[in-house]
Ligand binder design. Structure first.
Ligand code: SF4
Length: 397
């Protein structure tokens, strides 16, 4: 890895997209009467209903659905496409939950189980680190023995060693587990780790909120209501989070629309979500490996429907690690305005058979974005522009 990096400057406020002439130069067209109705609402700036969401999923007119999503995407974010330079740290894969959707978690004595000592976690953060990195993304298994103090020390140690790096840490599921293990409320747990240095939350573990689906794919996890409640507490504690949705397993269109409607309702109350991240299910090496993988069409449609239903989310991410860089690039014209980041050493989806590289060079990300006709903007975790002057920046993974 090359570590050359120009001095980092992060602006005070979020990036504002400039007025932009839409790339939708062709008029909207469809023979699907349900999508015509959605078109009228989108053009009038009206909120879409459950019925509209089902109509979007049910339509085969992917170009019409994409036209609408692209329209909203450009209305909200112009021609900009965001990415960041980040590193993933997964302190342990030991997990008590045994979710069927998961290829990452291991029992304590299982082959391949690991838990990083604090020094090891800090060294992992340091390996391949350069001034270019603006974010550590920290999530892991629900370890039966790791204490809240371990996580406080982990976070504090990272902040001491890398004071300028934003710490985006812990899913709502991890907050809940740590709170129960420590016999504290989730509010107190959030406060303790925020005081130690956590800056925001990644928003994972949401899966699909439907009880029926959760019972099949992750029945030891907190339920959807708890996930939303902890997200509310995170936002009330003054931290932003993202929100994910895992699709392409045993859920149906109703479950997906219900999931997004619940996120939208909470966002109306807190405004704390930054980005919606649809995650394509990877069945390999999971107990659900008999299920087929998602198709390109479903991946693209999910991005587009997410953009259209979540009118109060500023950003929709096409997470290239799960979608593949090729699909993620196309998604930039179907509603997505963010490609995630350089990542560096992604483990969770690679255990589940993702065949994408474990990280991507910044130049390659920029090439994908430019080729899609978008303007790449490096952001920090809070969507503030990162500027590095004229010097060459290289994160070659
Ligand atoms: S998905 Fe998360 S909580 Fe479930 S088994 Fe895997 S690591 Fe554990």
């Amino acid at each position: 890895m090359s570590n050359a990096a120009a001095p980092l400057q992060i602006a005070e406020s979020e990036i504002k997209a400039q007025p932009f002439v839409s790339a939708n130069t062709h008029p909207f067209e469809t023979n699907d009467p349900r999508i015509k109705r959605v078109h009228e609402k989108v053009m009038a700036g009206e909120r879409l209903s459950t019925e509209d969401g089902l109509a979007l999923y049910g339509s085969h007119d992917i170009l019409a659905v994409g036209w609408l999503a692209n329209h909203v995407r450009e209305r909200l974010n112009g021609n900009l496409c965001y990415f960041n330079v980040n590193r993933h740290i997964n302190p342990t894969n030991v997990c008590v939950a045994a979710c069927r959707l998961c290829a990452f978690g291991r029992k304590k004595d299982q082959l391949g189980a690991y838990t990083m000592a604090l020094e090891e976690a800090w060294q992992t953060a340091a390996s391949g680190y350069s001034e270019a990195v603006t974010e550590f993304h920290i999530v892991g298994g629900l370890h039966p023995d790791l204490t809240l103090e371990y996580y406080e020390d982990l976070v504090r140690g990272l902040k001491q060693r890398f004071p300028q790096v934003h710490l985006k840490a812990f899913t709502m599921v991890e907050w809940s587990f740590l709170a129960k293990r420590s016999k504290l409320s989730t509010k107190e747990t959030i406060k303790r780790l925020k005081d130690a240095g956590v800056d925001s939350c990644p928003g994972g573990g949401a899966e699909i909120f439907s009880d029926r689906v959760r019972h099949i794919i992750c029945d030891h996890k907190i339920d959807g209501g708890e996930w939303l409640e902890i997200a509310r507490e995170v936002h009330e504690a003054g931290m932003r989070s993202n929100a994910t949705m895992l699709y392409g397993h045993v859920e149906n269109d109703e479950d997906r629309v219900d999931h997004m409607m619940k996120l939208r309702a909470l966002q109306d109350e807190t405004g704390g979500f930054q980005t919606f991240i649809p995650l394509a299910f990877h069945p390999d090496n999971t107990p659900l490996q008999h299920l087929p993988k998602t198709t390109g069409l479903l991946d693209i449609k999910q991005v587009a429907v997410g953009r259209l239903m979540l009118d109060n989310f500023q950003h929709i991410k096409a997470y290239w690690q799960m979608l593949t860089p090729k699909i993620a690039q196309i998604a930039l014209r179907f509603g997505a305005d963010d490609l995630d980041g350089t990542v560096i050493e992604e483990k969770i989806y690679h255990d589940a058979g993702a065949t994408t590289p474990q990280g991507m060079a910044r130049r390659e990300l920029e090439r994908l974005i430019r080729e899609a006709g978008r303007e790449p903007v490096e952001r920090d975790t809070l969507y503030r522009p990162v500027s590095r002057g004229e010097a060459t920046l290289a994160i070659n993974v």
